[in-house]
Ligand binder design. Structure first.
Ligand code: FAD
Length: 459
C-alpha cells in the first residue's frame, strides 16, 4: 500500500494527527492543490492567497529536509479537482490518502467526490478541539446558545491535558526543494511570518507579556492587546489545541479558572469552535441563509452609494472609517471594530449582511467562512445567539469608549489628526466652526438611522 498526505487548511507539520498517522503508515509524499478558480468563487482575499502560497512553500522546504516530497498541483476548482486527483493517484499508485476534514459545504462535497477514486480517504477532525456533533444538549442536539455550549465543552474537557505539538521526525534523507511557479508570492502578506520558529516566539511572547492583560486590553484597537494569530488559525498553521496546551503548561488549571484573563482568551477559541460546529450541523450557513429565518422578511436597502462609502471608509463616522481603512490597508481589523462596522452596515445603512460578509472575505487575511458568517449574522441579529435587533451600537459612544483619545482614529484618518480628542469621535460641528472642512459629512444621521433599523427589524 502506498500512502499520501493531502494538505488543506491544516498547513502545519506539528500537532497534525492525520499527517503523523500518514507517516506512521509509510507516507513519504504529500500533496497540495492550488485552486485559484475555487478561491475566486469563495471570494478569498489576495493577501490570504499569498499567505497560503508562502506557507506551502515553507512546508515544502521543511518536508524536503525530512525526506518527504510535497507535490503542488493546479487543482483549479472543486468541479475538476477530483479528476485531477484521480489521475495523480493512478500515476503514482497511491492506495491511501490521509487528510483533515473541512466543514464548509463545497469542501464536504469535494471530499465525497474524492472518496471513491481508488484510494481510501481517511479524514480527521484536525481543525477543531473536538468533532462537530460531539458537544450536544441532553436531547442530542447542537446548542443554539454559546454559554451552555461552552459549559458542556468544559464539563467534558476541563480535566483533559492538551498535548503540546511535537515536530515530526525525518522519514529519510533530505531531498531538494524548489519553489514551484504555482506558489510564486506577490509579497502582499510579507508582514506575516510563516517560519515555525518565528511563530513559536510570537505565541510565547503573547503568552508571556499579553495574555494576563488580555481581558483588560482586548477591546482597545489602538493597543496590541490581542494575539493577532487569526490568520494562522484560519489556515491551520497553528492549532487551537496547541494554544490551549501551551496555556495549560503555564496555568495547569486554567480550564477551571474561568475568571482568569487567560481563560477569556480560551473563551474566544471556543467561539471559534462554536461557529465551526454550527456550520457543520446547519449547512444552510454555507448557503448565505439567515440562521434565524424570522428575519427573512427584513427589507434590506439597495444603496450602492452608501455601500461604497462604507467599503472605502468614507461614511463620516470616524471610528467606522478608520476601521475600514485599517482593513483596506492591512487586511486585518480589530474585533471590536469588526462588530462596530458590521453593525453600522446592517443597522445604520440597512444593507444586507451578505454584502458585508463578502467584502470582508475579499479583504481579510484571516477570512474564515464559519467565523466571518458567525460574526456578520451576530451583528445583523439574524444569527445563532446573536445581538438582539434592538441593541444597535452607537458608533459615537463606541468610539468614545474604546478609542477615548482618538489614537486609533488618528492613525488611519490623517485628515483628522489635528482635531482635539473631545471632538474627534464626531467632528463635524467642530470642523465647521473652525472652517476646516477636511472630512466627509456623515452619510446618515444616527437617530434617524436607528429608528429606521428598528422599524425594518420589527417585521
Ligand atoms: P484574539 O482576540 O487573539 O482571539 C484568539 C482567536 O480566537 C482568534 O485568532 C480567532 O481564531 C478566535 N476568535 C476570536 N474572536 C472570535 C469570534 N468572535 N468568532 C470566532 N473566532 C474568534 N475571525 C476570523 O478568524 N476570520 C474571520 O473571517 C472573521 N470575521 C469576522 C467578522 C465579524 C463581523 C466579526 C464581528 C468577527 C469576525 N471574526 C473573524 C472574529 C474576530 O474578530 C477575529 O478572530 C479576531 O479579531 C482576530 O484577531 P486576534 O487573532 O488578535 O484575536
Amino acid at each position: 500500500s502506498k500512502v499520501l498526505f493531502w494538505f488543506r487548511r491544516d498547513l502545519r507539520l506539528s500537532g497534525n494527527q492525520a499527517l503523523e498517522d500518514a507517516i506512521n503508515n509509510g507516507a513519504t509524499e504529500a500533496l497540495f492543490f492550488v485552486c485559484e478558480k475555487q478561491w475566486q468563487l469563495h471570494n478569498t482575499s489576495e493577501i490570504q492567497i499569498d499567505l497560503v502560497k508562502r506557507r506551502v512553500d515553507y512546508l515544502g522546504n521543511e518536508l524536503a529536509k525530512l525526506g518527504i516530497k510535497l507535490h503542488v498541483i493546479n487543482g483549479e476548482s472543486f468541479d475538476v479537482l477530483p479528476s485531477k486527483l484521480e489521475a495523480f493517484i493512478n500515476e503514482h499508485s497511491f492506495t491511501q490518502i490521509f487528510a483533515n476534514r473541512e466543514y464548509e459545504i463545497n469542501e464536504l462535497d469535494r471530499d465525497t467526490s474524492c472518496a471513491s477514486l481508488g484510494a481510501q480517504l481517511h479524514l480527521y477532525d484536525g481543525d477543531v478541539l473536538c468533532s462537530p456533533g460531539s458537544i450536544v444538549t441532553k436531547g442530542g442536539e447542537m446548542f443554539k446558545v454559546f454559554t451552555p455550549f461552552k459549559k458542556a465543552w468544559l464539563a467534558q474537557y476541563s480535566q483533559y491535558i492538551f498535548k503540546i505539538s511535537e515536530f515530526i521526525r525525518p522519514v529519510g534523507e533530505s531531498i531538494p526543494w524548489q519553489t514551484p511557479t504555482l506558489l510564486t508570492s506577490n509579497g502582499l502578506s510579507d508582514k506575516w511570518p510563516v517560519d515555525d520558529a518565528v511563530l513559536s516566539q510570537v505565541i510565547e511572547q503573547f503568552l508571556e507579556d499579553k495574555i494576563n492583560e488580555y481581558s483588560e486590553y482586548r477591546d482597545i484597537p489602538s493597543i496590541k492587546g490581542t494575539s493577532g494569530l487569526s490568520p494562522y488559525l484560519a489556515l491551520g498553521i497553528i492549532s487551537a489545541t496547541d494554544l490551549i496546551a501551551r496555556i495549560q503548561q503555564r496555568i495547569p488549571d486554567v480550564l477551571y479558572r474561568t475568571k482568569l484573563s487567560a481563560f477569556t482568551y480560551i473563551n474566544e477559541l471556543l467561539w471559534r469552535e462554536f461557529y465551526r460546529h454550527l456550520m457543520f450541523i446547519f449547512p444552510k450557513l454555507c448557503k448565505s441563509k439567515n440562521f434565524n429565518e424570522k428575519y427573512n422578511a427584513v427589507q434590506w436597502l439597495d444603496d450602492e452609494n452608501a455601500y461604497t462609502a462604507w467599503c472605502e471608509g468614507n461614511t463620516g463616522y470616524p471610528i467606522v472609517d478608520a476601521a475600514m481603512r485599517q482593513l483596506n490597508q492591512t487586511g486585518w481589523m480589530h474585533n471590536r471594530l469588526r462588530m462596530i462596522v458590521a453593525s453600522f452596515l446592517t443597522k445604520h445603512l440597512l444593507i444586507d449582511w451578505r454584502k458585508g460578509e463578502a467584502y470582508f472575505m475579499s479583504k481579510l487575511i484571516d477570512g474564515d467562512l464559519a467565523a466571518n458568517n458567525g460574526g456578520w449574522q451576530w451583528a445583523a441579529s439574524t444569527g445563532c445567539d446573536a445581538q438582539p435587533y434592538f441593541r444597535i451600537f452607537n458608533p459615537i459612544t463606541q468610539s468614545e469608549k474604546f478609542d477615548p483619545d482618538g489614537t486609533f482614529i488618528r492613525k488611519y484618518i490623517h485628515e483628522l489628526e489635528w482635531v482635539p480628542a473631545k471632538y474627534i469621535h464626531f467632528p463635524h460641528d467642530y470642523i465647521n466652526a473652525v472652517g476646516r472642512q477636511c472630512y466627509t459629512a456623515p452619510i446618515v444621521e444616527h437617530k434617524e438611522a436607528r429608528a429606521r433599523a428598528l422599524d425594518a427589524f420589527k417585521v
